[in-house]
Ligand binder design. Structure first.
Ligand code: B12
Ligand code: SF4
Length: 627
């Protein structure tokens, strides 16, 4: 059966790549199409017309984009597509009923992990057999009723899962080919804004599953050999388990397995919780080439940490940043300074934290409400949800904090939520600096470093100071006067916009200086970090008979604009061998400012409706906060 898998391609979409591999293992044909925004709809329609798939699968992972995917399905039907359309990913896993009710163009939703369910669905469709009872599938019967099959437990042996099918050019990070990898699925945390635990509990299966070090190293060696990948971005929910001994065993085994395969010139990017950090574990990771840690700070106030169920205190957050700073690892974080219980005092505490750590690239926003999360259940119980599941809104309980949020949402929309907005560009600047240090060390200079760090700090201090002004105003009696409030919000928005212009150009110039320095370097350094003794040991090991072939020709560095048309660049190896149905936007150009995604903006004010009556009390027990 021919299947077209459609997903967001802000970077290599692993969901559709894993699904494609699973389908091909069962003899189906799988093609991929990028749908990173509504502008890609025509490309998807062309792919459908050309490939004539019998099944189209939409990776509707993100709540904020669910309606775009629903509209895409509707448009495909309007254009005459008559095959089966299914959707999967985190959002429809929880909101399957609402998704199928709102979009009649969709025939089914695959809940939780899709490898086995989608393959079974394809087999049944091919054989013309009824779809009732496929574990993990909710589908629309011919009479319009929905069939809810039981969930499918998560796969327990991740080593048995085929590697994702790699198609499209690798994304370049300052000229370095990147690859995205998942080494484990699940997490031991219990954060109230996150749906990972509900996803696992709902499906049934182990809370945390990991691939063996050998299995991960096999995939990494393949990526290094066939796609020249040197920047390995791990998308594990949490790379660690908070059992330092276990983590040490795991990273040591990974280091050894990579060495045994001759992979010794890569950099790692991963996510960690503050309570994950351990000297010994990080010493090994730095030996492998750890470059960036996306550290889950999430909140900067005691109230915020409690409401978000982080299980750590401010001191732990501070210690984590100090730890990464002392090791000169690129750390960055996002902070949910607003949540349903935020108070003026907690805002002040969060801003003091941001101010004290202004040297660390960061962004900040409000906690949004995703289906499946404990926070969603709590607000539903309390009758505080406004709008619908496609974009819940809420009011912060403290009126002054809510006023501060409303000014923030107006004044900081562009700065914090645009992909190439100031905060995201500032995050990229920090990343460039560390890429330069690790891959082009001869081009690194103390003046470049000083300039970048001073710029990062200036941007962060500006943000914290402006936010503090907003908080001061919002907690004053003047803010209760609607006219004074509107005037202040308007004035603040104009001032922030003016400051953005100046700061954006500072960030652009500092980034440009780093990129120019890298361009001046003849080629990225080989980055052999292991000692000669270790190298000799590898040479004697049995696996050394299958060494990595010489690396691909020097990686072309991006031009200053960072958004060069890939077709104009020469000497780009054609990797993967498969034609992407539609070239993933930006995949063969430098990732530039999307090195980190901006947070979800709050839903636009037009979605504000009267809160629905509170639903009946939640029949489920309250989420366990096991630490
Ligand atoms: C990588 C990633 C990203 C990448 C996106 C890469 C891309 N595709 O373009 C980046 C870093 C850009 C990103 C951004 C954001 N992300 Co993100 N991201 C992830 C992360 C960590 C891993 C995704 C992944 O590759 N998983 C590995 C694959 C194999 O698993 P999977 O995606 O779950 O897919 C399986 C099933 O879900 C299912 N499935 C998925 N799609 C389909 C489709 C079909 C047809 C079928 C049958 C099955 C199926 O089968 C797959 C194989 O088993 C997930 C967490 C997670 N555990 O998945 C969060 C996650 C998806 N992100 C999330 C969020 C909130 C965001 C942001 C809004 C974050 C922010 N900054 O505020 C932005 C939004 C981006 C945007 N513009 O829309 C939430 C989504 C919650 C929600 N309901 O909306 C998640 C779940 C994290 C979380 N803990 O809450 N993200
Ligand atoms: S640490 Fe918290 S936010 Fe991160 S994946 Fe685990 S539960 Fe989700």
């Amino acid at each position: 059966m021919r299947v077209l898998l459609v997903g967001s391609e802000l970077e290599e979409n692993l969901a559709i790549r894993y699904l494609a591999s699973a389908l091909e293992a069962e003899g189906h044909e799988a093609e991929l199409a990028a749908f990173s925004g509504v502008d890609d709809a025509a490309g998807v329609a062309r792919a459908v017309e050309r490939s004539r798939p019998e099944l189209v699968g939409l990776s509707m992972t993100f709540q904020r984009r669910a309606e775009e995917f629903g509209q895409l399905a509707t448009d495909l039907r309007a254009a005459g597509y008559a095959g089966h359309i299914t959707a999967g990913g985190h959002f429809p896993t929880f909101a399957y009923r609402e998704v199928l009710e709102r979009y009649p163009a969709l025939d089914s939703v695959v809940r939780h992990e899709g490898e086995l369910t989608l393959t079974e669905l394809s087999g049944r469709l091919e054989a013309g057999r009824p779809l009732d009872g496929i574990a993990g599938l909710v589908h629309r019967r011919t009479d319009g009723s929905l069939d809810f099959a039981p969930t499918r437990p998560l796969m327990d042996d991740l080593d048995a899962v085929r590697f994702p099918k790699r198609v499209g050019e690798p994304q370049l990070h300052m000229g370095i080919p990147a690859a995205f990898v998942v080494g484990s699925r699940g997490c031991y945390g219990s954060c109230t804004f996150c749906c990972i635990n509900a996803y696992i509990n709902d499906a049934g299966g182990a809370r945390y599953r990991e691939r063996s070090a050998e299995n991960i190293a096999d995939e990494i060696a393949l990526l290094r050999r066939e796609r020249g990948a040197r920047m390995l971005v791990f998308h594990d929910d949490d790379f660690f388990t908070r059992n330092h001994e276990r983590d040490l065993g795991r990273v040591t085994a990974l280091r050894d397995a990579m060495q045994a395969r001759g992979v010794n010139d890569v950099a790692l990017v991963l996510k960690a919780r503050p309570d994950d950090l351990d000297e010994d574990v990080f010493a090994v990771l730095q030996e492998i080439g750890l470059l960036r840690v996306y550290i889950g700070i999430e909140a900067g106030s005691s109230q915020g940490l409690k409401t978000l169920g982080r299980g750590v205190d401010i001191e732990a957050n501070q210690k984590a940043l100090d730890f990464l700073r002392s090791r000169d690892i690129y750390a960055c974080f996002n902070m949910l300074i607003f949540d349903p219980q935020t108070s003026v005092a907690s805002l002040r505490q969060s801003l003091a934290f941001l101010h004290a750590n202004a040297d660390v690239p960061m962004n900040f926003c409000r906690a949004e409400i995703y289906p499946g999360t404990p926070l969603h259940k709590k607000l539903a119980r309390e009758g505080r949800l406004i709008g619908d599941v496609f974009g819940w809104d809420y009011e912060i309980a403290d009126p002054a904090a809510e006023r501060a949020f409303r000014v923030f949402a107006k004044a900081f929309l562009d700065r914090n939520f645009r992909c190439d907005g100031l905060m995201n560009s500032n995050l990229s600047l920090g990343y460039y600096l560390h890429l330069l240090k690790q891959f082009y060390p001869r081009s690194m200079s103390s003046s470049l470093r000083r300039r970048a760090l001073a710029t990062i700090e200036r941007v962060n201090r500006d943000a914290a100071a402006r936010m503090l002004d907003i908080v001061e105003f919002a907690s004053s009696s003047r803010a209760e006067d609607p006219q004074a409030f509107d005037e202040f919000a308007q004035l603040t928005a104009e001032e922030v916009a003016r400051a953005d212009l100046a700061l954006e150009s500072e960030v652009a110039e500092a980034s440009h200086a780093i990129l120019s320095a890298a361009r001046g370097a003849s080629r990225p350094r080989p980055a052999l970090r292991w000692t000669a003794a270790a190298a000799a040991a590898i040479a004697l090991s049995p696996l050394a008979c299958d060494p990595i072939p010489p690396p691909p020709p020097p990686d072309p560095l991006p031009p200053p604009s960072l958004h060069e048309d890939a077709s104009t660049r020469e000497g780009q190896p054609a990797h993967g061998g498969h034609r992407f149905a539609q070239p993933p936007p930006g995949s063969s150009v430098d990732a530039g400012p999307i090195a980190l995604p901006p947070p979800d903006p709050p839903p636009p004010p037009t979605t504000r409706k009267k809160p629905p009556p509170p639903p009946p009390p939640d029949p489920l027990p309250p989420p366990t906060m096991k630490k």
